[in-house]
Write a new protein. Structure first.
Ligand code: C2E
Ligand code: MG
Ligand code: MG
Length: 601
């Protein structure tokens, strides 16, 4: 730099000298001046060349410097950018930090708040644990007392077995267990002693209690220790077998219990032996059982089935379940059937075998259930069980009596034609029945001699003494009485003699179907002979063939009904039938037209 400045000054000086010399030369002509001028010019040009070289160098240096500076500037800019990014990052961090500091301060405040809360709670806890301790002591005392009470409330003091309350608790527990564990299983056995009341009545309650204790002991001896024996109440006992045994294995246990209680009599006093009878029903857990009552009900149903069929032990299987469900469905349906007029009456003509004249009609109930006709054989026993048969029969009586009055008024039937209404055993046992019948006759205006009440032999013979009293009261009202399904109830001649029946209806089972069936023929002959000697008329049921009609006629049977004569019909069909036949059924066989086989004759 210094060199170039000196060079520049020297060059200017040379230029000046050159200018002076040129001027001098132009004014004066001296050769020396030329020489000097020439030398000076030479020097001038060389200096100029040097200056140019230095200028060129300087220029290129400057360029490099400028480039370097530009690069530096770029780097600087970049650095500035980075710096500003760092600064903004820094600012962000600073603000975050200050937020964190504020949060920390807040949490610290909360923490100290919590700590003071914990302190407060701890002191409260200490107070409470003191209180709990004293309450626990009190509770233990109460538990000891209630355990004493509970043991008493879950045990039967007479037999020392568990009682019904315990049974319900245990069943509740087992039901819960089975719900949670599909492999779990248990059985309930239900039994009640037959005619135990008679033991109490005959020997007194002390002996009765002793028998119950002995029964409990015998059951305990048969079952295993894990099983629970319960006195459900009175003479009812139950056993819970909570094991995954097969039905057959449980049946074996039940049969052993049955054997132990029925095979060996109980020795009560010297020379006094008491023989107990019972039937056992049992049920296995199924997911349909929601409450203890559900499974107890099934075992109870099985027990009743055992009682009805006379079997020692019955299991509540799918058949029984279906029957039970069907019965329950029928029972529900029966409740609405009367109100919704689903019942209708069919009338089956009864004819005099000799004159072929219609002498009466048996009234047969029909149930037109929304799902189709249901047979009376199926629904009548259920109506009897539920007691619904009573309002139903009252309706049948009123309806059929007024129907006969209408037919009499229309001139369709003769004055002596009867309607026969079936009465069920439970209705027959009602003290009020004779009054009810009298009232119906009164209301409908039917002559009592036009009404015949049919009572099955079995129900009449259940208790012949009380039957005699009801029948006599009925007889006083003026109605006719028939003993239905005769031959199926083993009535003795002396019993029959004392009952005021005027008609015997011979059960279908005794109507000869085969000419070779001489045995049945002899029974039929005996029944007809019996009726005649008791001065009762005879009606044969279920006549389907000419042979039967003629056999009965030849044996002296008075009346008959059956498909050969006419099927049961609704009232409209009866009217048409009566109009068509005029009340005399000429199409029936006559002894003259059809001859009987020699075996019968
Ligand atoms: P039941 O009183 O012995 O009635 C006679 C039954 O025999 C009727 O059956 C009748 O339709 C049927 N029958 C009549 N002729 C013949 C025949 O030639 N062949 C065959 N195979 N059967 C014949 P239904 O109507 O099914 O009644 C069955 C039982 O239901 C009756 O037997 C009776 O015990 C009872 N029942 C019907 N209606 C009533 C009623 O209103 N009240 C009561 N308590 N029971 C009734
Ligand atoms: Mg009948
Ligand atoms: Mg009958």
């Amino acid at each position: 730099m210094l060199q170039s400045e000196i060079g520049e000054k020297l060059l200017s000086l040379f230029c000046l000298i050159c200018l002076v010399l040129i001027t001098v030369k132009s004014l004066f002509t001296y050769p020396l001046v030329d020489y000097i001028l020439f030398a000076l010019l030479f020097l001038l040009f060389s200096s100029l060349a040097l200056v140019f070289i230095s200028l060129f160098r300087k220029n290129s240096n400057l360029k490099e410097e400028r480039d370097a500076r530009l690069k530096l500037q770029e780097n600087l800019d970049e650095l500035k950018k980075k710096l500003s990014a760092i600064e903004s990052e820094n600012n962000k961090l600073i603000s975050e930090k200050s937020n964190l500091i504020a949060e920390k301060a807040r949490l610290e405040a909360k923490f100290s708040e919590f700590q003071s809360e914990i302190h407060r709670l701890e002191s409260e806890k200490n107070e409470l644990s003191n209180e709990i301790e004293s309450l626990q002591k009190l509770n233990e005392e109460i538990l000891i007392e209630s355990d004493k009470f509970r043991n008493a409330s879950l045990h039967d003091p007479l037999t020392n077995l568990c009682n019904r309350a315990f049974l319900v608790e245990k069943l509740d527990f087992l039901l819960q267990l089975c719900r949670n564990n599909p492999r779990a299983k248990f059985y309930v056995l239900f039994m009640d002693l037959k005619d135990f009341k008679k033991i109490n009545d005959y020997y007194g309650h002390t002996v009765g209690d002793k028998v119950l204790r002995l029964v409990a002991r015998r059951i305990m001896r048969v079952v295993s220790l894990e099983d629970t024996v319960v006195r459900i109440g009175g003479d009812e006992f139950g056993v819970i077998i909570s094991d995954i045994l097969s039905v057959e294995k449980v049946r074996e246990i039940a049969l052993k219990i049955h054997e132990s209680l029925t095979q060996y009599p109980f020795r009560i006093r010297q020379g006094h032996k008491i023989q107990t009878k019972l039937h056992i029903g049992f049920a296995a857990y199924s997911p349909d059982h929601h409450t203890p009552e559900d499974i107890l009900r099934d075992a109870d149903i099985a027990m009743h089935e055992a009682r009805e069929t006379g079997a020692p032990v019955v299991f509540f299987d799918s058949d029984l379940r279906e029957r039970f469900l069907r019965e329950a469905q029928i029972e529900r349906g029966l409740n609405v059937a009367l109100e919704e007029n689903q019942f209708l009456l069919f009338y089956q003509p009864i004819v005099s075998l000799k004159s072929k004249e219609i002498v009466g009609f048996e009234v047969l109930l029909r149930w037109r259930h929304p799902s189709g006709f249901i047979s009376p054989a199926e629904f009548i026993p259920i109506a009897e069980k539920t007691g619904l048969i009573i309002p139903m029969t009252n309706w049948i009586l009123a309806e059929s009596c007024s129907q006969l009055v209408r037919w009499q008024e229309k001139g369709l039937v003769k004055k002596n034609v009867t309607v026969s209404v079936n009465l069920s055993a439970m209705h027959f046992a009602l003290e009020t029945l004779p009054d009810e019948v009298a009232e119906i006759l009164n209301k409908t205006g039917l002559n009592p001699s036009n009404l015949r009440l049919e009572i099955t032999e079995t129900s009449a013979m259940e208790s012949p003494e009380s039957s005699a009293s009801v029948l006599n009261r009925l007889k006083q009202t003026g109605v006719l009485l028939a003993i239905d399904d005769f031959g199926t109830g083993y009535s003795s001649l002396s019993q029959l003699y004392h009952l005021p029946f005027d008609n015997i209806k011979i059960d279908r089972a005794f109507i000869v179907t085969d000419a070779e069936d001489t045995e049945r023929f002899q029974i039929l002959r005996a029944i007809i002979g019996l009726g005649k000697s008791l001065k009762m008329s005879l009606t044969a049921e279920g006549i389907e063939q000419d042979l039967q009609f003629l056999t009965l006629l030849s044996l002296g049977c008075d009346y008959g009904q059956g498909y050969l004569i006419a099927k049961p019909m609704p009232k409209e069909e009866v009217e048409a039938f009566m109009l068509r036949s005029g009340g005399i059924l000429e199409f029936l066989p006559s002894a003259e037209t059809v001859s009987l086989p020699t075996t019968i004759l």
